[in-house]
Design a binder for this molecule. Structure first.
Ligand SMILES: NC(=O)c1ccc[n+]([C@@H]2O[C@H](COP(=O)([O-])OP(=O)(O)OC[C@H]3O[C@@H](n4cnc5c(N)ncnc54)[C@H](OP(=O)(O)O)[C@@H]3O)[C@@H](O)[C@H]2O)c1
Length: 322
């Protein structure tokens, strides 16, 4: 099979297309013929060598969609459409940047759909993250206000759409004035230009603050996001687009406003239910949700795709088709 192998940590050029044997089926694992996969920012960090425990060479890719090639348990028949996410995929064992992958049974989600693979490839990890952050971590409710910090990211764009469907008012941020129109077209009620602090501009619109904040930039803007919530408000840190993992100084009584709450979301396959995934795929197929897919690359152009992601050229999901 053809596989994109990350040979060592470094720039996108450390990923090379090579011929490899197709993995042999084994008990408890499902062999998937991959049709497409979404590109994830965490894979950029892994490629740079920032994912503890990842040993190179490694076939990266924390998610994929495709068809079952072989399942020794007999649960899935050959040809069943499936998604696979997380559970160590592309980190502890070889993942989705290939024509075939062998993954543990627990991270496989069957579905039915007539959507093209290039669209299905965008869905699993993005949907798991957005739905987990909004419903499990932030527990968003109709009528609430939601600030999305890092609004042009694929997670930010889908979060805005799902929050609007749930009847929230959404404020999205970007650092780039030129991307403002994408956020408005995507449904945001307000757009703020983020230069590290947005509290003043936000409080001009919502003097009491917002109910919920989805923090995708991370440590760099977290303290400022905490200043944006009203009493009883919640900030959920789901992303680290800013690239910083640890905060030098944090004073809980001070940095978290009184009665405010801070949580994080680190989604896993266990956070996803197959019924929810199917419902979401149906909503995309019925055009109730429009996915923001920025660009579709072929596996042969994986280096170009990683470079595109590294240069922040996307407003929406990047997908690789096999
Ligand atoms: N917790 C979980 O379960 C989970 C799962 C999946 C992803 N994530 C995280 O969610 C975040 C979003 O992922 P994604 O794949 O949707 O990202 P993405 O689409 O690649 O995000 C691209 C956007 O990020 C913004 N950005 C890039 N570098 C930045 C910086 N230094 N400071 C501020 N903004 C920056 C840029 O926005 P502008 O140029 O418009 O400002 C760019 O348009 C990532 O941190 C990812 O690791 C978490």
């Amino acid at each position: 099979m053809k596989a994109a192998i990350t040979l060592r940590s470094g720039n996108p050029e450390v990923i090379e297309i090579q011929d490899m044997p197709v993995p042999a089926a084994k008990s408890g694992w499902v062999l998937i013929k991959i049709k497409a996969f979404g590109l994830n920012r965490s894979e950029l960090f892994t490629r740079r060598g920032h994912s503890p425990g990842v040993v190179f060479p490694r076939i990266q890719g924390i998610e994929c969609v495709g068809t079952v090639e072989e399942d020794l348990s007999g649960t899935y028949s050959k040809g069943q459409k499936v998604a696979a996410i997380m559970g160590g995929m592309g980190r502890e064992f070889d993942g989705g940047y290939a024509e075939y992958t062998l993954v543990p049974w627990q991270i496989v989600f069957p579905f039915e759909s007539n959507l093209p693979w290039s669209i299905l490839g965008a869905i699993p990890e993005m949907f798991q993250t957005v739905s987990g952050s909004l419903t499990q971590a932030l527990e968003v409710k109709k009528g609430e206000t939601l600030l999305i910090r890092g609004g042009t990211s694929s997670i930010g764009m889908l979060s805005c759409q799902l929050a609007k469907h749930s009847g929230l008012t959404v404020i999205s941020t970007t650092r780039n004035e030129a991307k403002k129109k994408f956020l408005i077209e995507n449904g945001a009620d307000h757009v703020l230009i983020d230069n590290g602090t947005v509290t003043e501009e936000l409080r001009a619109l919502f003097p009491e603050g917002v109910d919920k904040v989805l923090e995708l930039i991370g440590i760099k803007t977290l303290k400022d996001s905490l200043k944006c919530i009203k009493p009883g408000g919640v900030v959920c840190m789901t992303g680290i687009l800013g690239g910083e993992w640890t905060m030098e100084e944090f004073t809980p009584m001070g940095d978290i406003p009184s009665l405010g709450r801070l949580t994080v979301y680190m989604g896993e396959a266990t956070n996803l239910r197959k019924e929810l995934l199917q419902d979401f795929i149906d909503a995309v197929e019925n055009e109730k949700i429009t996915l923001n897919i920025d660009k579709v690359f072929h596996l042969d152009h994986i280096v170009e795709a990683h470079t595109y992601m590294e240069n922040n050229l996307a407003t929406g999901k990047l997908v690789i088709e096999i």
